[in-house]
Design a protein around this ligand. Structure first.
Ligand code: BES
Ligand code: ZN
Length: 883
């Protein structure tokens, strides 16, 4: 394990590698506890780096067996080997071949980084720094090599042997019970994209003919017997391949594309060249076991990893500071794919909900960092909402500012200029600047400055001159290490909505035009005067959430209801309702804290009723409109003195009021959307199910016994997991006997299916009542639970810490103590998963004083523990650093 002595890494210290690797020949003899890895590396001095350097290879917990240079064993005084480095002080300053033998134990690898066993399957995970746990190497993304991999194993143990690229040879090892396979990947790649898999796996296959007519074999490998659950993933893969051709002109490049689903995986999935490895949760789906949300996640993640083939693999990152270059861009690409496959406005709403729930919160707390960080102690801790989600928003803003054509021209130039190379964020932005002749120097601040910009807008109208004036001010608060900030480039899509509900033409009084309905702020304050505006309009700002900012427009409740009813931008219709809801909820939380009475908002409920009654709206949108801000949303809006019990109470009251006032319409909606043909995961059907289930949940929230009975009935009679899960989730919020009956039934039905039992864990961990902590503690002793499997940990402990606001944040601090204990128990085994769990404490400073003290106590207890991983130590110390 990496230890806390590791020095931080700084972007400013980047140096090209003194040595390059041209080819890698790996020879891996798989064995459960002693896998022998022979690596033959063709090394050469890097002419772009300072000359005559020693050679230092990275390792992590390795045991060197032998080392030879150009075929001759190296004398012991010519090199030094520790578990973490292998160095040759005076290597020949010319190309040479190094042969290194190491021995690794896949069974003992509980970190799930490097070569490990997931069940009985051998698999690898090398991003970011796992390759060095397999062999000594220049384990950095700007060292790109051509790999040939020979894998050998007992036939009975691992009948399937896979690695990156194309299969060039396979057969039996004569006179033994062993066999081998040789894979060759012609595309130079960094070590983090290396993968191999060995095991007894079933598969499904298909073919894809690329736009230039090349045939590609597609295979998805799964645990034998699960093949019938991989069909949707295959369908998603083909749609993603076609979309990348049509939207970006990008074609697949090898003869085969493989996906392997494994049961133990730290992340969601990994884009290894030609051999994606997936958490099985994001491959396997059947109507009985997967919800609509599971299907949508599979679709998006399959696409995401496939899209990396160009944005990440063909063009990779120069160093890990550039992580957003591949992740932010690829998230943008997968978001656009989903928007094209499903409903664009609904996709935007879900993405913005996610951005605010995770990224805005990160940006407001002690873990805030720029989209391109400048220093890290542990790179695994920078796979964050900021790098991913805000990184994607930056790419989206580029498209908004440059237009679809300009954006495509920039992307084409990027692929043309940097194909086969390791690039930087500057390289990427230069392609858009060059292709469209735009100065993007100030725009680069989005990569450097952490924090969420706040934009305040006031609108004034002068009927005499028929002008309307928007005064805009931007502000960016200090974040850790960045006390002073400079103004950002903020593209705001906007409309002025006239009294008839229609958009007015946008004509600036000074004669400038507003292209694509977007004004771009660059200064701390700016004024835009619009001409030809006879009556006071309502400003609809930041349409489609064109910039990831916090906007305060001080619209009246009447104006917000007007936008909710009439805005031509569906995102802002939803936003207007959220703003009304969030204002009411934050007011009521403050009232509860002050011992005062809560208020109601009949106008908001009328507006929701009107949305429910508008037949042309897609059900998925209506479901989003009826979903009031989450507990975490309200906490974020409050920003300080956060009392999760008061938030919960305010939210329960609003949901009850909606369910009560709109009861008839909700019952009618539920009735109308029930039934229908056999389950299909398509977006329209999923949208109908989501509205139906939101209606049922609101009716139950209003305390209707009939709704509880209907939920119980839906639970027991559902023919698909979406409806079954929605019903049991509704029941879970109410202390009724039907709840425990459904929980027990769920276990009996699905006990053979670990991915479904994860839903059972998460459901119970999310129950908002005092008995939940004891229930969760009890469940950690359940035979289906294991700290060794990340999916189990995330579904029980993760759900408790991240979804159950009132119980994780128990006033007595026992929720914090339980999660801290679990992190300490997990850290020695799997630091990556432990450190993710630690981020549940990231908003501790915003809590009311009593809980803040309890949370801080637990953070300090973790910080004081003996032998923490670098991963957890980094998160806990940054969390505690003085604000
Ligand atoms: N490259 C990452 C997976 C990864 C992350 C590996 C961190 C090692 C360390 C992959 O492309 C990815 O981003 N996966 C996401 C899902 C995606 C849809 C955003 C994940 O695993 O959560
Ligand atoms: Zn990714």
């Amino acid at each position: 394990m990496r230890t806390d002595q590791d020095q931080p890494v700084r972007l400013a210290d980047y140096q090209p590698s003194a040595w390059l690797v041209e080819t890698v020949h790996l020879d891996v003899a798989l064995n459960a506890t002693a896998t022998r890895v022979r690596a033959r590396l063709k090394l050469k001095p890097n002419t772009a780096a300072p000359a005559a350097a020693p050679l230092t290879l990275d390792g992590d917990g390795l045991a060197l067996q032998s080392i030879a240079l150009d075929g001759t064993a190296l004398p012991a005084d010519a090199y030094t080997a520790t578990p973490d480095t292998l160095s040759i002080a005076q290597p020949p300053q010319r190309p040479f071949e190094l042969t290194i033998e190491t021995l690794v134990d896949p069974t003992a690898n509980t970190q799930l980084s490097g070569l490990y066993r997931a069940g009985n399957t051998y698999c690898t995970q090398c991003e970011a720094e796992g390759f060095r746990r397999i062999t000594y190497f220049l384990d950095r993304p700007d060292v790109m090599a051509v790999y040939t991999t020979r894998i050998e194993a007992e036939k009975a143990d691992a009948p399937v042997l896979l690695a990156n690229g194309n299969l060039i040879e396979s057969g039996d090892v004569a006179g033994t019970t062993r066999h081998f396979a040789v894979w060759h990947d012609p595309f130079p790649k960094p070590s983090y994209l290396f993968a191999l898999v060995g095991g007894a796996l079933g598969h499904i296959e298909d073919t894809f003919v690329t736009m230039s007519g090349r045939r590609v074999a597609l295979r998805i490998y799964v645990e034998p017997g699960r093949e019938d659950r991989a069909g949707f993933a295959m369908d998603a893969l083909k749609r993603a391949m076609r979309w990348d051709e049509q939207a970006f002109g990008r074609e697949y490049d090898l003869d085969i594309f493989m996906i392997v689903a494994v049961s133990a995986f730290n992340m969601g999935a990994m884009e290894n060249k030609g051999l994606n490895v997936f958490n099985d949760k994001y491959v396997l789906a059947s109507p009985e076991t997967a919800t609509d949300i599971d299907y949508a996640s599979i679709d998006g993640i399959i696409a995401h990893e496939y899209f990396h083939n160009w944005t990440g693999n063909r063009i990779t990152c120069r160093d890990w500071f550039q992580l957003c270059l591949k992740e932010g861009l690829t998230v943008f690409r997968d978001q656009e794919y989903t928007a094209d496959q499903r409903s664009r406005p609904v996709k935007r709403i879900t993405d913005v909900r996610l951005l605010r729930a995770h990224q805005f919160v990160e940006d407001a707390g002690p873990l805030a960092h720029p989209v391109r960080p400048e220093i890290y102690r542990e790179i695994n801790n920078f796979y964050t909402a900021t790098v991913y989600e805000k990184g994607a928003e930056i790419v989206r803003m580029l498209k908004t500012m440059l237009g679809a054509q300009g954006f495509r021209a920039g992307m084409d130039l990027y692929f043309q200029r940097h194909d086969g190379h390791a690039a930087t964020v500057e390289d990427f932005i230069a392609c858009f600047a060059d292709a469209t002749e735009t100065d993007l120097a100030q725009f680069m601040r989005w990569y450097r400055q952490a924090g969420t910009p706040e934009v305040a807008v006031t609108l004034s109208h002068d009927p005499k001159t028929k002008t309307c004036t928007l005064d805009l001010t931007q502000m960016l608060r200090p974040t850790p290490g960045q006390p002073d900030k400079e103004p950002m480039v903020i593209p705001l899509a906007l409309g002025l909505v006239g009294p008839d509900g229609r958009d007015l033409p946008l004509r600036l009084a000074d004669g400038r035009t507003v292209e694509h309905g977007v004004v771009t702020l660059t200064q701390p304050t700016e004024v835009f005067v619009f001409a030809g505006v006879p009556a006071r309009p309502v400003a609809s700002l930041n349409r489609a959430f064109s910039a990831p900012v916090k906007l305060t427009a001080n619209l009246t409740a009447d104006e917000l209801r007007f936008l909710a009813a009439h805005d031509s931008d569906p995102f802002n219709r939803w936003q207007a309702l959220q703003t009304l809801g969030s204002t009411l909820l934050t007011d009521n939380v403050k009232a509860l804290r002050a011992g005062a009475a809560m208020r109601t908002d009949a106008g908001l409920i009328d507006a929701l009723g009107a949305i429910l009654a508008e037949p042309a709206l897609e059900p998925a949108f209506v479901a989003q409109a009826l979903t009031v801000p989450s507990e975490a949303d309200i906490a974020r809006e409050l920003g300080h003195d956060v009392d999760p019990d008061a938030i919960f109470a305010a939210r329960v009251a609003l949901r009850a009021a909606i369910g009560d006032a709109l009861g008839a319409a909700l019952r009618e909606t539920y009735r109308r959307l029930s039934g229908g043909g056999p389950y299909s995961p398509d977006a329209a059907s999923a949208g109908r199910r989501s509205l139906k289930n939101v209606a049922l949940d609101l009716l139950a929230a209003a305390g209707s016994a009939a709704a509880i009975a209907r939920a119980a009935q839906q639970y027991h009679t559902a023919d698909n997991m979406t409806d079954r899960m929605a019903a049991i989730a509704t029941l879970s919020f109410h202390p009724v006997p039907e709840r425990q009956a459904a929980i027990d039934d769920f276990y009996r039905r699905f006990q053979a299916d670990p991915l479904v039992i994860d839903k059972w864990f998460a459901l119970q961990a999310g129950i908002p009542e005092a008995a939940t902590l004891a229930r969760v503690q009890e469940l950690t002793r359940h035979p289906a639970f294991s700290l060794g499997n990340p999916n189990r940990v995330r579904s029980l402990i993760g759900a408790f810490a991240q979804m159950n606001q009132t119980q994780f944040n128990r006033a007595d601090g026992t929720g914090y103590a339980f999660v801290a204990d679990t992190i300490l128990a997990l850290d020695g085994r799997n630091p990556q998963v432990a450190s993710r769990m630690m981020t549940a404490f990231k908003s501790w400073r915003a809590l009311e004083a009593g809980r803040r003290a309890k949370a801080e106590g637990e953070l300090r207890r973790v910080a004081a523990a003996q032998s923490l991983s670098t991963d957890v130590r980094d998160i806990v110390e940054r969390s505690l650093a003085p604000a």
